[in-house]
Design a protein. Structure first.
Length: 196
């Protein structure tokens, strides 16, 4: 099944050019993964599933002008979002060298000029407050909010890709947050709106 079919099923409408870039990214990741073991997604089809998972929140969030993705790994969700949001400045914080090498190579190969890869932990990133901070499978919600304090302000929104533990995690911080949890398949998307 091609990527467009997957995207159509979720109501995600993209241009042919953007879909072509996403498919090129999938092929590249599949090749690198065979050597460097960057992700558990071992087939093109599994990579497509991760791409759709990364993009689904675009159906319900406000589009950011500046995005920080914490612990991007093999590119989910940050690099995938960058392909689809070419007007958005995207910073990928990823401390592991082989993943950084892949992300930098992919930006050149797939032509994603709006990305800066920071080979460091998120607490070392220096930048004006971001519109949106995203993260998938990195750490718990309270710690993510703490680690990103220096690069967020009252208007910053957060998008965390979570599993079933999200309900326990949000219990620790919910009193101070305006948030939604959108459920899709096995995924819980935690969308925290700015604290303004």
């Amino acid at each position: 099944m091609d990527l467009k079919v997957h995207l159509d099923e979720e109501g995600i409408a993209l241009s042919e050019e953007v879909i072509g870039k996403l498919e090129r990214f999938a092929v590249l990741l599949h090749e690198w993964n065979g050597v460097h073991n960057l992700t558990g997604a071992k087939s093109i089809e599994a990579i497509y599933t991760n791409i759709v998972d990364s993009l689904y929140p675009l159906t319900f969030i406000e589009k950011p002008k500046a995005l920080l993705d914490v612990g991007t790994g093999a590119g989910f969700p940050g690099l995938v979002l960058a392909i689809v949001l070419p007007e958005c400045e995207v910073v990928l914080a990823e401390p592991l060298k082989k993943r950084v090498s892949f992300l930098k190579y992919a930006c050149i190969d797939v032509d994603i000029p709006n990305v800066r890869v920071e080979a460091k932990r998120v607490e070392q990133v220096v930048h004006a407050p971001f519109d949106l901070i995203s993260s998938r499978a990195v750490t718990n919600t309270a710690l993510l909010l703490e680690l990103t304090k220096k690069v967020s302000d009252a208007h910053t929104c957060y998008l965390f890709y979570k599993g079933s533990r999200v309900f326990d995690e949000i219990g620790d911080v919910q009193h101070q947050l305006d948030y939604d949890i959108v459920q899709k398949h096995q995924r819980n998307y935690l969308y925290i709106k700015g604290r303004a």
